[in-house]
Design a binder for this molecule. Structure first.
Ligand code: ADP
Length: 581
């Protein structure tokens, strides 16, 4: 029960609805139990030849009224109790989502997105079932079950004992089968999800499949997953197919006992024929509470296990936190300073960055170059505190970034990541992501600086064009330019660019670099690029190798040596010249 503490607030919030729902459910149970009493009256009246047209009409009206009451109250308990479980689902899901959002990048490195999705669907679904149908089944098992036994004992205690002999079997098998059914159901669901994923992936990659002549391979893959899907569903059907007839068998076993023993009692006039018929009705009413008894324990156990998993995520603290007393700096000038910075993604034996030190003065541009894997992206990620330095200090404006207000720090930094990511929505929404208040003129201005304006104008819907799934598919270079526009539209003092022109042609790249240069003196820019012409004008260039700064200097200073920078620059210059020819 301790696990259920997490859902308590939602129950407290709707306590009256829950109480009213349970009350409706109990009244429905009671009214159901009175129906056999009415039947008994009718049968006894008829067998004693005292039934009249009028007395039977009266009894049938009672039955109709009872049915009407059951109908109305069932509607209400469903709305009230299932509604509450939906509220629990909504509340927990939102809480989980906002909590997971606060966790830091290292957490997402360790956790698979699929696992997080599973918590949001399976676990929350289990909690919903436990807090909705779980309450219904528990109330029915306890209340309807004991009340029915009470009504049966009222007719005859011995007969009740005989009739109840097979009942524990129902509870036992209901528990056993519902557990297996649930497991099978999950496997069938998993197989269906795999099949959908194969279809999605194979259609998304259809061009590659065609160009590699892999249609046959795709067909085989599809056949294999759909065969598994059918097999899992048949195994599920085998269990559900066996379950309900088995339950019926046990109920009929009780019925057989009642016919033998109850029949004898009726002949001996210990009970009336009406009692005999009513008893059989109670027997049928008992089947559900017995099944519920088995089912509810599984529902509650499953709900508790899911709540424990959800709770352990909610207990996970973000590794990167707001400092207790954040420094409220004045206007930010954008001086960036790295002091003996060390970072290793937790594996201290293999540092990804070590002894990194440099200073970029406000308004200056720092260029970074180095072979893939030398730590350039990691270095940029440390500035907005996506990861925290393990040793050393990074300062902006002379203050350790770990002492800054985290939001303010991130507000001061625009970041163009290596892999541009677009959210579903319009081009306008995607650019304005960097500044939700920007008007269309500013959006177009930023797009122009990123050389993306012509591409927007060429689209019939312009800024209203939907990108992503079912929308216009942008090329890699267009996405990159959109991401740059998104950064340009923000009014920050530091601009980080991770290989911003890697996917655009030379001329466009040059235009983008010209735009970046317009920020000179106003913004502190750190730019990583494999295209060295983009770094040429930087005030300082770092050449990185295996996580350390190999050399640094201005373009002219580095060209004076015959090392990596100079060699690469000459090579690229030759390539560009060839390209121009
Ligand atoms: P670059 O940008 O110069 O190509 P990165 O900073 O991306 O280099 O990577 C530097 C090293 O850190 C690589 O060896 C890479 O495998 C490792 N690395 C990058 N990201 C992670 C991560 N999230 N977890 C663990 N190791 C990482």
């Amino acid at each position: 029960m301790k696990s259920y503490r997490l859902v308590k607030p939602y129950f407290v919030e709707r306590i009256w609805m829950v109480v009213a729902g349970v009350l409706c459910l109990m009244i429905v149970d009671l009214v159901q139990l009175f129906i056999p009493r009415i039947i008994k009256q009718a049968v006894d009246d008829m067998t004693a030849f005292r039934a009249t047209q009028q007395s039977l009409l009266k009894l049938s009206i009672y039955i109709l009224l009872a049915a009407l009451l059951i109908c109305v109250l069932r509607y209400f308990w469903r709305r009230l109790l299932i509604g509450t479980s939906r509220r629990v689902e909504e509340g927990l899901r939102n809480r989980l989502f906002s909590h997971i959002q606060t966790l830091s990048a290292p957490y997402f490195d360790k956790t698979r997105t699929g696992d997080l999705m599973a918590h949001a669907t399976n676990d929350i679904g289990n909690v919903r079932m436990a807090t909705g149908m779980g309450i219904v089944a528990a109330t029915d098992a306890v209340f309807l079950g004991t009340a029915a036994i009470g009504f049966m004992c009222y007719i005859d205690i011995r007969l009740t004992l005989y009739a109840l002999i097979p009942m524990p079997l129902i509870a036992f098998f209901a528990k056993y089968f519902s557990k297996r059914m649930h497991n099978r159901y999950r496997l069938a669901q998993g197989a269906f999800a795999d099949m959908t994923e194969v279809v999605r992936e194979r259609y998304a990659g259809i061009r590659i499949i065609k160009s590699f002549n892999l249609e046959k391979d795709s067909e085989q893959r599809m056949e294999a997953v759909s065969r598994r899907c059918i097999r899992e569903n048949l195994l599920l059907a085998r269990i559900t197919g066996a379950f309900f007839p088995l339950m019926l068998l046990f109920t009929n076993l009780s019925l057989a006992m009642v016919i033998v023993f109850g029949g004898r009692l009726t002949i001996l006039a210990d009970i009336s024929p009406g009692d005999f018929v009513a008893f059989i009705n109670y027997l049928n009413l008992m089947t559900w509470p017995m099944m519920a008894l088995g089912w509810v324990t599984n529902l509650l156990q499953r709900g508790a296990a899911s709540l424990d998993r959800i709770n352990s995520i909610l207990q996970t603290q973000p590794e990167i936190n707001q400092p207790e007393n954040p420094v409220l700096s004045g206007p930010v000038r954008g001086e960036v300073q790295f002091q003996e910075v060390f970072y290793s993604y937790g594996n201290k034996e293999k540092p990804v960055l070590s002894r990194i030190r440099f200073t970029v003065k406000p308004g200056e541009t720092l260029g970074i170059i180095g072979p893939p894997g030398s730590g350039k992206t990691t270095l940029l990620n440390l500035l907005p505190r996506l990861y925290d330095v393990e040793e050393g200090t990074i300062r902006i404006n002379g203050t350790d970034i770990r002492e800054w207000n985290l939001e303010k720090l991130r507000d001061e930094i625009s970041f163009v990541a290596q892999e541009p990511f677009l959210f579903s929505g319009t081009i306008r929404d995607n650019i304005r992501f960097g500044n939700p208040d920007a008007d269309d003129a500013s959006v177009m201005e930023a797009a122009k600086m990123a050389s993306f304006d012509d591409a927007i104008k060429a689209l019939p819907e312009g800024l209203n064009t939907i990108v992503g799934e079912k929308g216009v598919i942008l090329s890699g270079g267009q996405k990159q330019r959109l991401a740059i526009a998104r950064a340009f539209i923000r009014n920050t003092s530091v601009l980080l660019l991770d290989d911003p022109v890697s996917q655009v042609d030379m001329d466009t790249g040059q235009r983008i670099i010209e735009s970046i240069r317009l920020f000179e003196g106003r913004l502190t820019v750190i730019i990583v690029s494999h295209r060295l012409s983009a770094l040429r004008h930087a005030d300082q260039i770092l050449v990185m190798e295996s996580g350390t700064i190999k050399t640094s200097g201005t373009h002219d200073q580095l060209m004076a040596t015959d090392e990596y920078y100079a060699r690469t620059f000459r090579l690229q210059e030759m390539e560009e010249a060839n390209h121009a020819i």
